[in-house]
Design a binder for this molecule. Structure first.
Ligand SMILES: [Ca+2]
Ligand SMILES: [Ca+2]
Length: 181
């Protein structure tokens, strides 16, 4: 799942791992995909989605599990990766096998893009990660109603104010200071 058309609404997508065929929809519900199904990646590669270039549109990516080479594309169509394929992760460790591992590597992928000036983890960045997990749930045969219910859950990440990190710096309240006094 992701915001394939960049209109602010996250919608559905599935990938057939046998053919690595992507079927993306711009609405939530049954029906034909809005984007004509296309193939991207090799069969069995792990699908990942994200806004790799930060333009508001969620696009596709695949990871070769044998070499952990990432192939990220900035449009939802077949073609060459827009970001030069790079390896991240140790072959054999299968970091995209499960939801939590997949989440971690997706965040790393977002952070690895030089185009992303802002921190990789914000609400927009989390949506495709949640979406990818839901896609995996749907693909694994979880009841469609359940998946839809989960899809309705809003995941929000609040930005930190300024550069302070409350976890690191403690509470925001500070002793009063007098400048120039
Ligand atoms: Ca959308
Ligand atoms: Ca994008």
């Amino acid at each position: 799942m992701g915001d394939w058309d960049g209109d602010g609404t996250t919608t559905l997508g599935v990938v057939d791992p046998k053919t690595e065929t992507w079927s993306l929809k711009n609405s939530i519900g049954p029906g034909a995909p809005d984007i004509a199904p296309f193939r991207y990646g090799s069969p069995g590669w792990a699908p990942v989605v994200g806004d790799w270039d930060g333009d508001g549109t969620t696009t596709i990516g695949v990871v070769d599990p044998a070499t952990l080479t990432w192939h990220l594309r900035n449009s939802n169509s077949p073609g060459a990766p827009d970001i030069a394929p790079f390896a991240y992760g140790s072959p054999g460790s299968q970091p995209v096998a499960g939801y939590w591992n997949g989440r971690e590597v997706a965040l790393v992928a977002a952070g690895s893009s030089a185009a992303l000036a802002s921190p990789p983890v914000d609400s927009a960045a989390v949506q495709p990660i949640v979406a990818a997990a839901l896609t995996r749930l749907a693909d694994s045969g979880v009841d469609a109603g359940m998946v839809k219910q989960l899809a309705g859950t809003q995941v929000v990440v609040q930005p930190l104010s300024g550069q302070r990190d409350p976890a690191r710096d403690g509470p925001a309240r500070r002793p009063e200071r007098h400048w120039g006094g």
